[in-house]
Design a protein around this ligand. Structure first.
Ligand code: G3H
Ligand code: 13P
Ligand code: ZN
Length: 318
């Protein structure tokens, strides 16, 4: 069952975080549904602009609709990840998406407000919620000056003003994470003081943590063992999710980790089975491993075992 992202936020705020997982293909989609059902977790499927272009936007939509029928117990939302204005409008008009993210964070504050507000107005007309972004996501190096460090992170005063001016429904905040497999060079991590400060300025407002892959070292090692080259890859400590939840983080974005599982499984399989050309064999292993990975992640997010609670909350309200 597809529900709105806003419904999730109401139910989950300060209790648990909903995993927002990017998908690009059939195997990821199946593994994702299985993993969430195995762990009885609600979830968000994220589709990036790149994913929409990979084959065609209609293909992923069809795969997700098919999975919805195949796994009728599942409760999930469908979200556009890092959209520009044009893509947001396309998703809003399509009637398929629960929510969109407008990412105008590279623009100056005023321009970001202007673009975000236009998307919010259009989305709200159709009952679709909007995630916006403020601040500069990126690993904050340990040896840079405090002022420079602060310049990368989301400013709590600005965040409050931004939400008031745009009417967005959730906010992606820069709190020390970055996208990809190389998030930190040393002992850096999440800036909990900053998240707490943002929550003080925006009480009860849903915050989104991007760049949340933990880059499991066993996957990095497996990839490197079978010919890969991912030296020094490092991610977020997954035990930090539980600390971020009471501070208002209610959606946690994970993409890179799924790519690592895919790469590790396929590298291992083809090195160990050089005669094999049947891609369904590693595909099947990947779906199983990805499902296990998702179930594990949901334990860390606190979303595991919440499906019944979400179902009850939905039926009480609607
Ligand atoms: O934050 C970006 C996501 O990891 C999506 O990546 O644009 O390569 O699909 P992508
Ligand atoms: P990772 O690169 O840490 O998986 O982050 C994904 C993300 O933020 C998608 O929006
Ligand atoms: Zn992101």
């Amino acid at each position: 069952m597809i529900i709105t992202t806003k419904q999730f936020f109401k139910i989950a705020y300060s209790k648990f975080a909903v995993g927002a997982y990017n998908i690009n293909n059939l195997e990821q989609c199946i593994g994702l549904f299985r993993g969430n059902l195995d762990s009885q977790a609600p979830f968000i499927i994220q589709i990036s602009k790149g994913a929409r272009d990979y084959t065609d936007k209609s293909m992923l939509e069809a795969i997700i609709r098919a999975a919805d029928k195949l796994f009728p117990e599942a409760i999930f939302a469908v979200h556009l990840d890092h959209g520009d204005e044009e893509t947001c409008c396309d998703c809003i008009d399509s009637g398929f998406y629960s929510s969109v993210m407008i990412d105008a964070s590279a623009e100056e504050f005023e321009k970001n407000v202007e673009i975000t507000k236009r998307v919010v107005d259009r989305a709200h007309e159709k009952g679709i919620s909007v995630e916006a972004e403020l601040g500069e996501l990126g690993g904050v190096e340990e040896n840079i000056a405090i002022d420079e460090k602060n310049a990368h992170l989301t400013d709590p005063n600005q965040a409050k003003e931004f939400v008031e001016l745009t009417g967005c429904d959730s906010l992606a905040v820069a709190i020390g994470t970055s996208h990809g497999a190389y998030k930190f060079t040393g002992s850096q991590g999440l800036h909990f003081d900053r998240i707490a400060e943002i929550q003080k300025h925006l009480p009860e407002f849903p915050l989104v943590m991007h760049g949340s892959s933990s880059v499991p070292q066993e996957e990095v090692n497996r990839i490197n063992k079978y010919g890969g080259k991912l030296e020094g890859a490092k991610g977020v400590d997954e035990n930090d999710f539980a600390k971020a939840v009471p501070l208002g983080v209610v959606k946690v974005n994970i993409d890179t980790d799924g790519r690592l599982v895919w790469t590790a499984v396929h590298r291992k399989h083809f090195i160990e089975n050089p005669e094999n050309i049947d891609f369904r064999k590693p595909g099947k292993i990947f779906m199983e491993e990805y499902a296990k990975f998702i179930a594990h992640k949901n334990e860390k997010l606190g979303s595991a075992g919440r499906l019944e609670q979400v179902r009850k909350a939905l039926s009480a309200v609607y």
